[in-house]
Design a binder for this molecule. Structure first.
Ligand code: GLA
Length: 360
């Protein structure tokens, strides 16, 4: 009888029934950094008060992430609000926490039109500086910041958001209302990369922008990066910010990754958050509805499927936050729930879908 049962069991099982990795079938979340370890570092944007392993945020960071970026405290207005006076303490805390926990640090950002004190651009009469004065100040800033974190920050967003965002006629290439542009046209971009490279020749240098997967902008960014490369300006990659939503076109993402892969540069997804809303007109909610859940369970693995297809050129994926408790997108009455960790910093169903995608 026993022999007959055994025979039945053996004859009924095919090789596909044999589970190659028993962990895969469990619903136990595997830490994000483990999940992606063969593909790319996985990061989060942080504030200094997260840098404490006794807090829920500190613990979540240690558990899931192997890369950090400062949400604000490495921007020009945080590091040099007053000309010649640098304030390093907050940025130092992030570097220290990263070191203690074997994490990489991305630097964000050296050159931007926003969150940059007026003295970078204007003299005491409110007139724009000459190109010479503005460039000297930018060089000093970049040299001081990059030198301080040489060896600690492995990649810098050297220039942020220099391209014009929307241009139906395709005529306007650069963000012309940026004071940097007003002072000297696009040449500041080239110079910023040169200064950063001089200060740390080993750092990976990125151009970073939003809406960068969309047709109206990606070609401008492509042309910029190509021009810099052709002119031997030290640029290593492009940062696609990744402020997307559950309806963002996977085809646009793929087309963009293909385009930049062809250029031979690294690609990083630098500010990933996937809003649950399909459009700004959808009514806001402060609860995570079943509809939101379903949307993210579909959209998140779709996005990561594409990112995995390009993991030969994608050298980092960073979320613009940690969990749904806090996101820059949220406004009163309208939460965006954009992450894989929920408001308690626990994995969401969408997380497990991403896990299934990788471990299937
Ligand atoms: C842009 C910047 C980031 C941050 C976000 C909004 O994407 O690059 O530094 O300011 O906007 O939080």
């Amino acid at each position: 009888m026993l022999a007959a049962i055994m025979l039945l069991i053996i004859s009924c099982s095919s090789p596909e029934d044999v589970d190659p990795d028993p962990i895969d079938n469990s619903n136990q979340p595997i830490p994000l950094k483990e999940l992606f370890k063969d593909h790319f570092p996985i990061g989060a944007a942080v504030t200094p008060n997260h840098m404490d392993s006794r807090t829920p945020h500190g613990r979540a960071l240690i558990q899931h992430f192997n890369s950090l970026v400062a949400e604000n405290v490495m921007k020009p207005d945080a590091l040099q609000r007053v000309k010649g006076t640098y304030t390093w303490a907050n940025a130092d805390r992030i570097i220290q926490f990263a070191k203690e926990n074997n994490m990489l640090v991305r630097g964000h950002t050296l050159t931007w039109h926003s969150q940059t004190p007026d003295w970078f651009f204007y003299d005491e009469n409110g007139e724009l500086h000459t190109p010479e004065v503005a460039m000297k100040q930018l060089e000093e800033h970049i040299t001081a910041v990059v030198s301080r974190y040489k060896g600690d920050v492995y990649a810098w967003d050297v220039v942020n958001e220099a391209m014009f965002d929307w241009d139906p006629n395709g005529q306007i290439i650069y963000r012309e209302d940026s004071p940097w542009y007003k002072i000297m046209g696009p040449a500041y971009i080239d110079s910023a990369f040169v200064y950063a490279h001089r200060a740390d020749p080993d750092a990976k240098l990125f151009y970073n922008d939003y809406n960068s997967i969309f047709s109206w902008k990606r070609n401008k960014i492509f042309d910029l990066v190509k021009r810099l490369k052709d002119n031997n300006i030290p640029i290593h990659g492009v940062g696609l910010q990744g402020h997307w939503n559950v309806g963002t076109s996977i085809q646009d993402l793929r087309t963009t990754l293909e385009l930049f892969r062809g250029l031979g540069v690294e690609i990083q997804i630098t500010e990933l958050d996937l809003s649950v809303y399909l459009s700004p007109n959808e009514p806001g909610s402060t609860t995570y509805t079943e509809q939101f859940n379903m949307r993210q369970r579909i959209a998140y693995p779709e996005i990561f499927r594409v990112l995995l297809d390009y993991s030969d050129v994608i050298t980092g994926v960073t979320f613009w936050g940690i969990g749904d408790d806090a996101s820059w997108l949220d406004t009163p009455g309208r939460k965006h729930f954009p992450f894989l960790l929920d408001e308690q910093l626990q994995p969401k169903p969408a997380y497990l879908e991403v896990q299934r995608l990788i471990r299937r």
